[in-house]
Design a protein around this ligand. Structure first.
Ligand SMILES: *Cc1c(COP(=O)(O)O)cnc(C)c1O
Length: 466
């Protein structure tokens, strides 16, 4: 008997016995039970133990049971508790319980919604969620969605669609003729554009040096009176949710100017576009429907598990042409074939968790959950300002709070101490030339007492140092 069939026999046995699946489910449950109370960041010991993974490529196969035990024993303590209630680093969403459960089911289905024929369920859910997203963000009827890994990719896709359309309007087919000798397009964006926008600009061959930078105001919003003259060769890139301050560009006015000039507007709304789904916050996204493409994450504000971004594009032909592929074995249908809206052909059916989240929360639940994040951010800001030695440097319009101490050195030290205390976790950034500790309230799980507990940890850290 060859070793391959030995492994095959073993795998059939694992499927029959199902012990490893019960085990995985048990580990998952134990994790869930501890994640709200445990240290938010792994201990030094847990990080040290990660060295145990560093072995040479195994020559022989292992018992599945042992693989799982090893993973859980060393891996679990070394996770960052981003699904807990006091992780405020970067802009990291929590994970809605039902979205995790739906992900478990979808893991077993292992669908690839490249084509309808490959995954009818994936195709149908993508069609349904596309419709829901259009409704919730109030986007034009012609808008289509591509389900990608995150906003980095969604920004790339939106800008690829822009490049295709503006050049094709100038009789230049980018797919056939390429970028060498193409008519030059212009990129106009604010000085606070997210780094993934710059990455996409590099990848698409525009060149960062060619960006026409627009000054921003004290909150990071693009300043209208500094906007250069726009034209039909211009891609204007705006932002719904500044990654530091959480501020929003003035979409109504900017989109109106851009439309008159024949420019393409792309909005990076990774976490901020969701303000549009909240009655009391939707003034922030007023006018976004005037853009041509939008990028947004499910895995931030909406709290789906990771690996969930969406590109939305008003111009179906542009995005499909930009991301198009063909092959003799491709089977297209009159239904949705997902691969025409994404750079990948094969990809996981991430729409399943997104669907489960939206189905579970409904419009009201989404509104309530995101408004709560805003309220908790405001609470953090109010409580930290009451502590002698801390200031808040931004207007807390959404979920971001920028905190600083008397000077950069002290801010740095307090941040490091807060991180060591592991009661909560927040990272650093620079705001208008000053070092800041950046708080992003982005989890369904954060309660008022989590905020007070975290503010106390900040207070404690400052007391210890000064
Ligand atoms: C997080 C973020 C991105 C990148 O999104 P990913 O999902 O991490 O790829 C882009 N823009 C803004 C404003 C963000 O906050």
């Amino acid at each position: 008997m060859s070793s391959t069939s030995l492994v095959q026999n073993q795998m059939y046995k694992e499927v029959d016995e199902k012990i490893i699946f019960e085990k995985a489910s048990q580990f998952a449950k134990e994790y869930l039970e501890s994640v709200f109370e445990r240290n938010v960041y792994p201990t030094e010991e847990a990080l040290f133990d990660l060295g145990k993974f560093d072995e040479s490529m195994p020559q022989n196969s292992s018992k599945a049971n042992d693989v799982l035990d090893f993973l859980n024993q060393i891996g679990s303590p070394a996770t960052v508790a981003t699904t807990g209630a006091r992780y405020f680093g970067f802009v990291s969403g929590g994970a809605i319980p039902v979205s995790l459960a739906a992900k478990v089911i979808s893991t077993f289905w292992d669908q690839a919604p490249a084509m309808h024929v490959l995954s009818p369920i994936g195709s149908v859910l993508e069609t349904v969620v596309e419709k829901w997203l259009k409704e919730i963000f109030n986007l034009p009827a012609s808008t289509v969605a591509g389900f990608v890994s995150g906003t980095s990719t969604a920004n790339f896709c939106g800008l690829a669609a822009a490049r295709f359309r503006l050049l094709s309007n100038l009789n230049w087919n980018i797919n056939d003729k390429g970028l060498f000798n193409a008519p030059q397009l212009r990129i106009v964006t604010g000085k606070h554009a997210h780094s993934t926008i710059l990455k996409a600009i590099g990848l698409l061959g525009f060149g960062k040096e060619n960006i026409e930078w627009v000054d921003v105001d004290a909150q990071g919003k693009l300043e209208l009176n500094n906007l250069p003259q726009l034209d039909d060769r211009t891609i204007l890139i705006l932002q719904a949710g500044n990654v530091n301050s959480g501020s929003f560009d003035n979409f109504s006015e900017l989109c109106t100017i851009a439309k008159k000039a024949g420019s393409w507007v792309h909005i990076d709304g990774a976490f901020g576009l969701w303000a549009g789904a909240v009655d009391k916050l939707k003034h922030l996204t007023k006018g976004i429907e005037g853009a041509n493409s939008w990028a947004v994450d499910g895995h931030k504000t909406l709290n789906t598990p990771y690996d969930c971004g969406i590109v939305l594009c008003k111009d179906e032909d542009a995005i499909k042409s930009a991301l198009h592929m063909a092959g003799s074995y491709i089977v297209t249908s009159d239904k949705r074939d997902g691969m025409f809206y994404t750079p990948e052909m094969s990809r996981r059916a991430r729409v399943i968790e997104l669907w489960a989240t939206m189905k579970y929360l409904g419009k009201k639940g989404i509104d309530e959950m995101i408004l709560e994040m805003h309220k908790r951010a405001v609470q953090f800001s109010t409580e930290i300002m009451e502590v002698e030695g801390f200031s808040v440097l931004n207007d807390v319009v959404f979920n971001q709070v920028l905190v600083s101490c008397a000077d950069d050195d002290l801010t740095d030290k307090v941040m490091k101490r807060v991180q060591e205390l592991r009661e909560c976790w927040a990272g650093g950034s620079v705001w208008n030339g000053k070092k800041v500790i950046r708080i992003s309230v982005c989890s369904w799980a954060t309660t008022a007492s989590d905020i007070t507990r975290s503010v106390n940890s900040f207070k404690h850290a400052l007391n210890e140092i000064s």
